[in-house]
Design a protein around this ligand. Structure first.
Ligand SMILES: [Zn+2]
Length: 473
């Protein structure tokens, strides 16, 4: 299989619409491609496609390899750029060794994976049986992988072609779930003489709750709860606390409206607190801001007891890294994110999310979060759980791939896992014991206009895949 040929196929793919949720054109194209090449194929009700090439004579005893890529792409363009992802071919240029879509996403994530599969299928080198699996809607919730029927493919070895850094081999990912908390609250009259203040912490760096959870960054919800916990007592009533955003983001800002009889005392304490926190986070979050101003609110105050329970449980809620991998240096194994808090008239809602490549650790972490809030009287629900892929450093396909890499490039690949989700976790759930690896060429700026593919890395990626598949046993 030649890299030039794979690139040619990819260029054809850039002309076929394949927005997540609207993969019809690419799904049809893949089925037609299989027919044209006299290859068996099947398509399930969801739109997942499997193209099969039987073993070459003499290769019948070689274990079947499943090659996998996703059909869909993220469709983003520069504001105002006249372009219709449901119709138009992706405009790209080749510049300084990169293939770039300047005004749109390129869709090399994961069009390159598809192209590499087809390149291998049309190649004449004899191999064992190959099954190419093309899933749908990976980018919007892994719907294809989720809906995959057990038994859709036969192979016990799977190579996922949806990674973005040549020279890195991925052998694990985290699973996750959300744990959502609800406090039902009643409003009461403010005691005589209390004044309202709004305290705001903003300007945190934030980041992704998987990739960035080990960077020690400030969580604004956690920090503001910590401050307010120090103020609890007879002279304190909570009106509202609101902060954070998506479940998979670290909270960058949080604000609370509180009522106190002596606003100056609280304001001074907040100033001192700000000094301490800026010192604690001088390296990670130098842009943190702290503001405390007079406020008004339509809502009455929460009862003293209710306000204390909410602030205390937010303060004691776990956040951050719980455990590092014992197999892969530097990999976060288990973490939790105190993502957001929102106050309504009669309810305070808190969203948290837990991740781990280990199911038992993930569930233990979620149970700990549950216990933390249940003891304070909240109703807690776990939801949206998806499975992880626990790294197996003794994996056969890993061993074969590392050997191929050394032979081809005389250097060591990096073996890694990620603390975020991949389709592989779902495959493992449906096909227990599946031996998997993930690798790909170097892509930059994926999911945004300007996405680009490094052509030199493409040559190495194609050579590696070819070497692994041709010599697999
Ligand atoms: Zn992808």
């Amino acid at each position: 299989m030649q890299s030039e040929r794979v690139l040619e196929i990819f260029k054809e793919i850039t002309c076929i619409p394949r927005e997540s949720g609207h993969e019809g054109p690419i799904t049809d194209w893949l089925c037609d491609w299989a027919s044209d090449h006299s290859l068996q194929f099947k398509r399930d009700a969801t739109g997942n496609v499997l193209i099969i090439r039987e073993a070459a004579p003499g290769k019948e005893n070689v274990p079947t390899i499943v090659l996998q890529a996703h059909q869909d792409m993220v469709c983003e363009k520069v504001a105002g750029f006249p372009f219709d992802f449901r119709r138009d071919p992706i405009p790209y240029v080749i510049k300084d060794g990169w293939m770039i879509a300047e005004n749109t996403t390129l869709g090399a994530d994961d069009g390159i994976g598809i192209a590499a599969c087809l390149g291998l299928l049309e190649d004449t080198a004899p191999t064992g049986k190959i099954e190419c699996l093309f899933t749908i809607s990976e980018e919007t919730g892994m719907d294809g992988a989720e809906a995959l029927e057990p038994g859709f493919f036969d192979g016990k070895t799977l190579i996922n072609l949806d990674s973005e850094d040549e020279g890195q081999l991925f052998i694990g990912c985290a699973g996750g779930l959300n744990t959502n908390i609800k406090f039902k609250v009643r409003r009461t009259e403010l005691p005589e003489g209390f004044k309202l203040l709004k305290c705001t912490i903003a300007g945190g760096i934030g980041g992704h709750s998987g990739d960035d959870i080990n960077k020690g960054r400030a969580n604004a919800v956690q920090l503001l709860s910590r401050f307010l916990y120090g103020q609890l007592g007879d002279g304190f009533r909570l009106i509202s606390i609101d902060g954070g955003g998506k479940p998979n983001a670290i909270a960058r800002e949080c604000q609370a409206i509180v009522a106190v009889p002596k606003p100056d005392t609280l304001r001074n304490a907040f100033t001192d607190f700000a000094t301490d926190i800026l010192e604690e986070f001088h390296a990670t979050d130098p842009g943190l801001t702290f503001e405390c101003t007079p406020a008004t609110s339509e809502l009455g105050a929460l009862g003293k007891n209710a306000g204390e329970k909410i602030i205390t449980s937010l303060f004691t809620a776990p956040h951050g890294v719980k455990a590092m991998s014992q197999d892969i240096p530097g990999l976060v194994q288990t973490s939790t994110n105190l993502a957001s808090v929102r106050t309504g008239k009669s309810v305070v809602e808190i969203v948290t999310s837990q991740r781990s490549s280990s199911k038992s650790e993930r569930r233990a972490m979620a149970a700990k979060v549950r216990a933390n809030f249940e003891v304070a009287g909240a109703v807690v629900k776990h939801m949206y759980e998806y499975p992880g892929w626990n790294p197996n450093v003794n994996s056969h396909v890993l061993k074969r791939t590392v050997e191929a890499y050394r032979k081809l490039f005389s250097t060591e690949p990096e073996v890694k896992a990620i603390h975020a989700g991949l389709e592989c976790g779902l495959f493992l759930q449906k096909f227990p014991g599946l031996d998997m690896i993930s690798f790909g060429p170097t892509l930059r700026g994926v999911h945004a206009p300007g996405e680009k593919l490094e052509l030199a890395s493409m040559d190495k990626f194609v050579a590696l895949l070819d070497e692994v598949v041709r010599n697999f046993e």
